[in-house]
Design a protein around this ligand. Structure first.
Ligand code: CA
Length: 374
């Protein structure tokens, strides 16, 4: 691993040699007219950073959001912090994002923490927890409930400073080529479902299969898998999954509010002056909100289109199935916690917050939704 990091560092060092901070004072596009301010601004250090993401080029909402984040920062900092964004494979493969930013060969990354579960099992609490909290609760936990401090603690040994930077909202349960009427229907089910959700499916007798996004369609079409989850109506329809599976189940019990992350190399972060740090921090909060609202609008609009497709059925998972998956989730989390003290610490903090949040939610949002449906 160390050798690999050195190789990555070696291959990129020439590309990055001219970076951060640079003394380039070319400021011809600056909108600041007064000569005095302009000269004060020109003397401030400038930073040219790179950001790598785990998303394909032009991937809507995900890669689009990362680009918007960089544009916002350039505009607000008057080009004092310029970030060039690279999609997966444009500089490095998606799954090397964490290591490259950790080593400092690249300053920033955008992805989701569950990709790093092999290194840090507890990172999954910072992305997707089956039967965990939705975006509303998870944002409250991260920003105001101690979650972000725990996140910083688990990334600290890797020289990384993380920020929440996007949320998918509640995902869909996935596309199935047969009905799921009982728990027995999960037996032997070959499903593309990553992370903790996959472990839970395995406990229920199914076979979780790991497949990259590009392989999902053909695997389902050829019957290599019987089912797949992906994201929500917007991204699922874009992938064409409605053309090759009949049953579209909800809700996404395994990803109720998946958090996306911004990671920054700690030394790079500390090299920024306080005002640029604040611009980055607030731009990450804005990205978190922007992505969530984009998902909300695109999903609700695409759902209307999918409802008109007569070849598909949009169905809720039966209560019995959800109850069993919930029970197996608690078993899975407790087993992992027993083997990993930091996972245990974060699981307990997450669970305590979720319980308190649920008790408030029951007489707030939930009670309101019930009142609305009377
Ligand atoms: Ca998913």
């Amino acid at each position: 691993m160390y050798v690999m990091r050195l190789l990555i560092a070696g291959s990129l060092i020439t590309l990055l040699a001219a970076c951060s901070p640079s003394s380039d004072s070319n400021n011809s596009n600056s909108p600041l007219p007064p000569a005095e301010s302009n000269s004060a601004h020109s003397s401030l250090p400038k930073f040219a950073w790179k950001m790598v993401t785990t998303w394909p080029p032009n991937f809507p909402i995900f890669q689009e959001g990362a680009q918007l984040f960089a544009e916002n920062i350039a505009l607000m900092s008057q080009d004092r912090l310029k970030i060039t964004v690279f999609a997966e494979k444009e500089l490095i493969p998606a799954l090397q994002v964490f290591d490259a930013v950790s080593a400092g060969t690249i300053q920033m990354g955008h992805g989701s923490a569950y990709y790093w579960a092999g290194k840090i099992p507890a990172a999954q609490f910072m992305s997707a927890v089956p039967f965990g909290m939705t975006a509303k609760g998870v944002n409250a936990w991260l920003y105001e409930g101690g979650g972000l401090e725990l996140w910083r603690k688990i990334y600290q040994p890797f020289n990384l400073v993380p920020f929440p930077a996007g949320n998918s909202g509640v995902q869909m349960g996935g596309w199935f080529n047969k009905r799921i009427n009982t728990v027995q229907d999960l037996q032997g089910l070959k499903m593309r479902i990553p992370g903790l959700g996959g472990k839970v499916l395995a406990k229920a007798g199914g076979s979780p299969i790991l497949l990259a996004g590009g392989e999902v369609y053909s695997a389902l079409e050829r019957g290599v898998i019987d089912a797949t989850e992906w994201v929500g109506p917007f991204h699922d329809e874009r992938l064409g999954l409605h053309q090759i599976a009949r049953y579209y189940y909800y809700p996404g019990w395994h990803e109720p509010g998946t958090v996306l992350e911004l990671i920054i190399n700690k030394s790079a972060w500390e090299s920024l002056p306080k005002d640029l740090q604040r611009i980055v921090e607030i731009s990450a909060q804005a990205l978190n909100q922007w992505m969530y609202t984009k998902f909300e609008v695109q999903n609700m609009q695409t759902l209307q289109k999918l409802k008109q497709q007569s070849q598909i059925e949009i169905l809720p998972f039966p209560d019995e199935v959800l109850q069993e998956l919930h029970r197996l989730t608690q078993e899975t989390l407790a087993e992992t916690a027993a083997q990993d003290p930091i996972f245990k610490e974060i699981y307990e903090a997450f669970r305590a917050f979720q319980a308190q949040n649920a008790s408030w939610d029951a007489i707030a949002d939930e009670a309101y939704h019930q009142a609305l449906s009377q």
